[in-house]
Design a protein around this ligand. Structure first.
Ligand code: FES
Length: 163
């Protein structure tokens, strides 16, 4: 886990936007891009320099689904459990991935921060169901075995990380 948060990076991002409160979302996006989540240490810095309250910045960070306050894995797997995927057995795929990654109940990210497995509603590709995405790329007509193979190929670094 990345313990040391480089607050200079956050300050540079703030400078880039001249500390404008109206640019707070863009700042949060850049910071999340670097860390893959929003570390709690950034909130006082953002608050001091933009004049927005920490509570306001937190509420923005929690309102937008793309922001995360928890560290995420280097590889993000999103298993669709929308209606079309659900009826075509998306849950066994999810269960297989979680079992192979030894994720305890209620935990979505592996301890080594290599993988995050999330469940999402319709990915907009129902004709390909059941579908999952790995680092933003869609994998259609999945089965538990195909998901295992995909996991193995990531571990062997055969799949490029593109997100
Ligand atoms: S329900 Fe899974 S892509 Fe639409």
């Amino acid at each position: 886990m990345e313990n040391a948060i480089d607050l200079d990076f956050t300050r540079n991002v703030i400078d880039e936007f001249n500390g404008a409160p109206s640019a707070i979302i863009a700042m949060l996006q850049e910071i999340q891009e670097k860390y893959r989540y929003l570390p709690k240490e950034i909130f006082p810095v953002l608050s001091r320099t933009t004049g927005l309250s920490e509570a306001r910045i937190y509420s923005l960070a929690t309102f937008y689904e793309n922001f995360s306050l928890e560290p995420k894995g280097r590889n993000i797997i999103k298993v669709c459990d929308g209606t079309a995927c659900h009826v075509r057995k998306s849950l066994p795929i999810l269960e297989r991935l979680r079992a192979e990654l030894r994720l305890p109940q209620g935990v979505v990210t592996t301890g080594d921060l290599e993988f995050t497995v999330e469940v999402v509603a319709c990915l907009g590709a129902c004709g390909l169901s059941p579908v999952l995405t790995l680092n933003g790329k869609a994998y259609p007509a999945m089965t538990p075995d195909k998901a295992s193979n995909l996991l193995r190929s990531v571990k062997e670094s055969e799949v490029p990380r593109d997100a």
